[in-house]
Write a protein that binds this ligand. Sequence first.
Ligand code: ADP
Ligand code: MG
Length: 296
Amino acid sequence: ATPTAVTVGIGRGAELGILVKNGESLEVSEKLTTILFDKTGTLTKGKPEVTDVLGIGVDEDSILQFAASVENNSEHPLGDAVVKKARERGRDIFKTKEFDSFGGKGVKAIVDDEGHSKTVFVGNRALFKEQKIPLDKKIEAEILKIENNGKTAVLIGINSEMEGIIGIADTLKEGTVAAIGELKRMGLKVAMITGDNQRTADAIAKQVGIDVVIAEVLPQDKAVQVKSLQDEGEVVGFVGDGINDAPALAQADVGIAIGSGTDVAIESGDIVLIKDDLQDSVAGLQLSRKVMGRIK
Ligand code: ADP
Ligand code: MG
């Protein structure tokens, strides 16, 4: 590659809000065969909202109150959504102790309900299985209904009993559908990776036109999934925003970080999309093709 063409490309990228940290990533971008997107905060806005509440032995507002009391200790976006909804419903947060977080599965705390201590788990199926809290058929059916709509089902267990379900939805970013379509037209394979469950992930993928879905991935395993695509011969671009995404951004042939994402992600990316617009991932690849075309 002639240094001049690359320098011009980097300059043009900067004008477009595409920060290219090194010339090499612009050269490799042209060779990408698969673009792998993180779901939450990358394809979606990452600002989930509670849409459904179902109480089993307890009323809906109490379910929200118990869940929010535990989630108040958490920094997860799902937790923020629960706390916000409980506040809207005018419910106070109970005091808690012994808060614990299970990466990619959920959270737990001992909640002080007016002098009564209750152990409350808030999370997904994997957490409930681990904690041996059984889910009957009727509950499974309710969970499926939520997931098939592309929402996340958050389960609430109190003292080892399944007590409620909270459905949480995240909205797609405006540019997502168009960007995916454009990348496919450019001949790239487009895939999605997420810690969220398979059904929710499949429903979202269908909405945006993504065919390959890697779901229920634990935070520490995203980079492993990138590596296994590379082992299959793919040249992988990974687009992500979160702390969890940093190792995958580093493992990818080109790591593309969302500018509004976490600092660790931005540091790990080779390219940063300043405007938080996925259309710029398309523009970045077109730019690299142009730059390399000029060189050849
Ligand atoms: P993502 O890849 O979507 O950012 P995470 O790895 O953060 O996903 O979480 C994966 C799954 O773990 C979530 O979809 C949810 O089911 C569960 N989970 C994680 N943290 C929490 C929490 N604080 N409250 C409820 N559920 C949680
Ligand atoms: Mg994310």
